[in-house]
Write a protein that binds this ligand. Sequence first.
Ligand SMILES: Nc1ncnc2c1ncn2[C@@H]1O[C@H](COP(=O)(O)OP(=O)(O)OP(=O)(O)O)[C@@H](O)[C@H]1O
Length: 316
Amino acid sequence: MRNAPPEPELLTDGSEPMGALLRELDLVAPSGLTVLVRGPTGCGKELVVRELHRRSRRPGPLVAVNCAALAEGTLESELFGHVRGAFTGAVRERRGAVASAEGGTLFLDEVGDLTPRVQCMLLRVLQEREVPRVGSDRGARIDVRFAAATNRPLEPMARAGAFREDLLFRLQGTVIRVPPLEQRRHEFPYLVPRLVIRAAQNLGRPAPALERGLTEALASRSWPGNLRQFLHVLEQGLLHSGGEPLGPRHLVPAETGAPPSGGWTEATRAFQRTLLEETLAACGYRAAQAAKVLGMARPSLYATARRLGVNLKRPD
Ligand SMILES: Nc1ncnc2c1ncn2[C@@H]1O[C@H](COP(=O)(O)OP(=O)(O)OP(=O)(O)O)[C@@H](O)[C@H]1O
């Protein structure tokens, strides 16, 4: 459970598509609706949830829990708490994250990684607005706004039985989609100087002057890791610049972030590969079930997996 650190604000010049996102945030924030934030890795989903909380003006705290980071039992008591003696080692009563977010917002990051058991417990909390306590029959009423984020394909996972459909419906009281950085190239002249300052702060260095051409050099790359990758490239650039004005020559070569050589075709293959791998994992590597979820015949699934180099067996 993390209590929110000081706000790193969500940088945007407010042009589309982020403009639409900000308008949606304004609309949804005061409503108390449960919000599911979706978008690719590193695009700023967590910052969007912080902004949602800030704009909600709820008096309680924003409490964040990463659902992928903890083992099932630990996550269970992290979320819902436990009473003394509920299990070996439970030497004192513990308030869970749900109760700690009273009057505020509970942020469930990586919600697609919840195990079936915790999904079931969370569903009950969302339905009954009461928090159970491990080892106790007594539930406690709560006033908590729930927000969740994921980059996992929850619908195929729900069709495959790996994510509860009723929980999915509950979570998406409203859905906010965060665009990938690729769709925000026109914002680079706004973002670059501000993110350089942030990168310099991260390294504990003074912000450098910027050379002409830096923004163009950054805009000509592809950014599969979105703003997280962008910040890392700037941080590495700052290290290499040794205090000189930051320019294109200080950026690590673009190989890792270069557009796929096959352009559209390769990007589509990469998407198909990810979808197939995610669906197989969600179906417990049962090819017949995965084929059904993806709406293809089993032989086509085999042929597609061969063509894309996807392993049909569970990785060791
Ligand atoms: N609009 C933004 N302005 C400033 N910084 C941003 C913005 N979006 C993302 N970042 C920075 O990029 C990094 C990744 O952001 P964040 O953790 O919110 O992404 P995420 O979508 O939740 O990632 P993941 O899917 O991996 O959980 C953070 O350091 C964050 O501060």
